[in-house]
Write a new protein. Structure first.
Length: 276
């Protein structure tokens, strides 16, 4: 893989992982449609996800700090005495529990169906079709009434549902962020709350995938390290910018624009592959 190819794929990953358009779909479709473009293996895909993981952690550093602080003894965010649980601290502790349950469900399903999921990355047509499904989810997310529930009102059922949805999003073409944000909205969560929970949920999911693929990462050729490093940095920088964009527009314009984009890319890919 050349340096330019790695940077392009890093930018594609950074733009499409936070935005609800399926980064995995683009990492399958772009190399398949661009002549001479080498399709990345799963290990490189994981490396690019680590780049966007760094972007997510930095973007949500305040929220992550609050969640971690809620698990520690001592003064809470409001300066309360040790042992006194404020409403905010209790809400953060519950959030950690729901994230843990959701992560457990995703992890179990991901491990059980690991080989089948990886084989799906070999099918451009399946990926394009799943991108059409993502578009349908995004389209209807703007057409349901939501109860505007916030962080303190997230419950066990939300955690279970979003954990299962994130597991389904392991299929290339099903946007992880798009599907989890959408089902959070379907569950009545306020849009920004749903997006925040979605990206907090991505942290252990991406970290777990990296651990499972750590052996493959260690076997990557040393000659590819400069290109791989450039791809990682490109994914991290563009990922952070994409997060800022998504959170800026999610409450203003909704997700329908991304639905049209998914439909266009998915349909165009199927047509081009059919003509070939």
């Amino acid at each position: 893989m050349t340096l330019m190819e790695a940077v392009i794929l890093g930018i594609v990953q950074g733009l499409t992982e936070p935005l609800p358009v399926s980064s995995s779909a683009h990492l399958v479709i772009v190399p398949a449609l661009v002549p001479g473009f080498q399709q990345p293996d799963v290990a490189f895909d994981v490396l690019l996800h680590l780049g966007t993981l760094l972007a997510v952690v930095f973007f949500l550093r305040r929220e992550i700090g609050e969640l971690l602080a809620s698990l520690l003894p001592g003064k809470g965010p409001a300066g309360n005495a040790p042992g006194v649980d404020t409403g905010e601290k209790a809400a953060n502790r519950r959030m950690v529990l729901w994230l843990a349950i959701a992560t457990f469900l995703t992890g179990v399903i991901g491990i059980l169906f690991k080989d089948r999921i990886e084989r799906l990355f070999e099918s451009v047509e399946t990926t394009a079709f799943m991108l059409l499904i993502t578009g349908i989810l995004l389209f209807f997310s703007d057409r349901v009434k939501t109860n505007q529930r916030r962080k303190g009102e997230i419950n066990l059922t939300d955690g279970i549902v979003l954990g299962l949805v994130q597991a389904v999003a392991l299929i290339p073409g099903i946007s992880r962020s798009g599907s989890t944000i959408t089902f959070g909205i379907f569950r009545g969560l306020e849009r920004k709350t749903s997006a925040t929970f979605s990206f907090l949920l991505s942290i252990p999911a991406i970290s777990g995938a990296a651990i499972l693929k750590s052996a493959d990462l260690l076997r990557l050729p040393a000659s590819d390290l400069p290109a791989l490093g450039a791809g990682f940095v490109a994914a991290a920088v563009t990922g952070f910018l994409s997060l800022k964009l998504l959170f800026a527009i999610i409450n203003k314009t909704g997700l329908s624009f991304f639905a049209y984009y998914c439909w266009f890319v998915g349909a165009a890919t199927l047509i081009i592959r059919g003509m070939g």
